[in-house]
Write a protein that binds this ligand. Structure first.
Ligand code: PRP
Length: 184
């Protein structure tokens, strides 16, 4: 655990514990960067950040890709029920690039029920990309309701409410360098 992680933990009494340290995240992001780069030796993929949660992971992952690539951003709004997403997704800010015949990689912070991703994949497949793959830093396997393909996973995590490294609680805590759990 780095000094930064400890400092955040000590500073905020609402954070219960660290689930994945910043060092563990950075090591895994580097590995994912190497794995993903191997898949695209002859193309220039578009690496898409799903705002807002995916933004930290997207920024770090790009710097670990050794292949030429482009980036783009997509902002979606999920209509959440009481505790989980409904799967009804509205595009708030669309991609700038045309993805037809392009290799596309979607970068998500977390796949929970799978509803958001499932809906998003359906919308984007209709634009006929050459390939459409997904990398998610966190995978809540036990929370899955819809079966969605996730090509690369950073960490499988238990069914707990997590914050940090892009993930929020009431829009706060996205800046934490680690993934943590709030006090219940
Ligand atoms: C989170 C996350 C995924 C989605 C996963 O986004 O970034 O997009 O929920 O949940 P699901 O698998 O149950 O559909 P959120 O709607 O919280 O928006 P944010 O990224 O702006 O925080």
């Amino acid at each position: 655990m780095t000094f930064d992680d400890q400092e955040y933990l000590q500073r905020d009494p609402l954070i219960d514990r660290i689930l994945i340290t910043s060092d563990e995240i950075q090591r895994r992001v580097a590995e994912l960067g190497r794995e993903i780069s191997k898949e695209y030796p002859h193309s220039v993929p578009i690496v898409v950040s799903i705002l807002k949660g995916g933004v930290m992971f997207h920024a770090d992952l790009q710097r670990r890709l050794s292949v030429l690539h482009e980036i783009d951003f997509l902002s979606v709004s999920s209509y959440h029920g009481r505790t989980e997403s409904s799967g009804v997704v509205r595009i708030v800010k669309d991609l700038k690039e045309n993805i037809t015949d392009r290799d596309v990689i979607l970068v998500e912070d977390i796949v929970d029920t799978g509803r958001t991703l499932s809906y998003l994949l359906e919308i984007l497949r209709a634009r006929r990309p050459r390939s459409l793959k997904v990398v998610a830093l966190l995978n809540k396997v036990d929370a899955r309701v819809v079966d969605v393909p996730v090509d690369w996973v950073g960490f499988d995590i238990p069914n707990e409410f997590v914050i940090g490294y892009g993930l929020d609680w009431q829009e706060k805590y996205r800046n934490l360098p680690f993934v943590g759990v709030l006090k219940g």
